[in-house]
Design a protein around this ligand. Structure first.
Ligand code: F6R
Ligand code: MG
Ligand code: MG
Length: 366
């Protein structure tokens, strides 16, 4: 029996601004998923929120991209949207881009990361959920987990990891993917994924025998090939231990709050702060961008856990560093590189400003 973990998320309304998906929405989602579990559609679930995103973590035996599971998520988000509308929450239903479900969530607004595999006798994994950022925000930490020997000791000293991992990279602009193998093609991988607004790590595989190791939601980015489609607060699933990185090797990259795109109006860069589930409530300048991590085991489809991994005091320093970097970045105000470049901004008045000034521009001369 192959188990699938489906993490599906959408912003269907939030409290006090683009701030936090409140408890009544989570309750509505739990009610829907409880019913589906009783009916045998899914095996188990955990509902949470990261900032203004409602997160459905589900297990089932129906494979990746299952129409039934995607439809369940869609109906659940619609039910939560009804509650958001009743409560007059901000942005009710904002991520449900279509009126009718058509077999799969691709192109419909919600983001998803799914991994199907044969369960090992013990199957530990981590679900990452981030807010006020984009899928490329996971490029750096995922590279470190699966390819950086200074992060992942196992790449050097464990025979099970020594052969390295394969990376599937999505080119957001061209709507195409390429698979590259680490460590042999490490510099090529970095040449691409060092530009996270354009190239995004979508999946990682263990090599010989090939097995899925990680998946990142790139759903919306994949929407319209050839066109930059903007950001989507991402989720990721990463398998742990044995022939995958150890739990601590998976979490270690987040001790460095690297700069990511997506803060305030999706138009600013800021540090990615690792936080507990309780602290995934961005409020300073609508941020700074956050990531939370829940650890589970799955056994014949049943979820054991979660453990709130970034609640560990060992991440306090990363949070303090993120706050310092946030202060530093904020002092740039509307200047780049705090403000993103024109191509990446979600909001911009630049065309209007240029149009208004058109007649006043004159040749620079010497
Ligand atoms: C960032 C985000 C927020 C909003 C901002 C303005 O991803 O969600 O920073 O962009 O609060 O929101 P509106 O335009 O809805 O007032
Ligand atoms: Mg939002
Ligand atoms: Mg969000």
């Amino acid at each position: 029996m192959r188990t699938t973990i489906s993490v599906i998320k959408a912003d269907v309304g939030s409290l006090a601004g683009h701030h936090v998906s409140p408890e009544p929405l989570l309750e509505a989602a739990r009610a829907e998923l409880s019913r589906a579990r009783k009916e045998g559609l899914i095996e188990d679930f955990y509902v949470t929120r990261c900032g203004d995103d409602l997160e459905l973590i589900m297990t089932h035996f129906r494979g990746e991209g299952s129409g039934e599971v995607h439809s369940l998520a869609w109906e659940t988000f619609k039910r939560a949207t009804d509650v958001a509308r009743e409560l007059g929450l901000y942005g009710a239903g904002q991520d449900l881009l279509s009126d009718a479900f058509s077999g799969n969530l691709r192109g419909m607004g919600p983001g998803f990361a799914e991994l199907e595999f044969e369960e090992r006798p013990a199957e530990p994994f981590v679900v990452f959920m981030a807010d006020k950022t984009e899928p490329g925000a996971f490029n750096l930490p995922i590279f470190r987990m699966f390819a950086d020997p200074f992060n992942t000791a196992g790449l050097v000293i464990s025979p099970k990891l020594h052969r390295g991992f394969a990376f599937e990279v999505l080119d957001v602009k061209e709507g195409r993917v390429v698979e590259l193998s680490a460590p042999e093609e490490m510099y090529d991988i970095l040449a691409l994924i060092g530009e996270p607004g354009r190239y995004v790590v979508r999946r990682v595989y263990a090599k010989d025998p090939r097995e899925p190791a990680a998946a990142v939601s790139t759903t919306r980015l994949n929407l319209i090939a050839g066109k930059y489609v903007g950001k989507d607060d991402p989720v990721a699933v990463v398998r742990a231990q044995s022939r995958f990185p150890a739990l601590g090797e998976i979490l270690e990259p987040f001790t460095f709050p690297h700069l990511v795109a997506g803060w305030m109006r999706g138009s600013h860069a800021g540090p990615l702060m690792p936080v507990s589930e309780a602290d995934a409530r961005p409020s300073r300048f609508d941020g700074p961008p956050r990531v939370m991590a829940l650890g589970f085991n799955v056994r014949r489809g049943r979820l054991i856990g979660p453990s709130d991994l970034f609640s560990d005091v060992a991440f306090d320093r990363a949070r303090a560093m993120a706050n310092e970097v946030a202060d530093y970045m904020r002092r740039h105000g509307p200047f780049m590189p705090h403000r993103l470049g024109a191509e990446e901004m979600e909001y911009t008045t630049l065309p209007q400003v240029l149009e208004r000034l058109e007649g006043r521009f004159r040749a620079a001369g010497d």
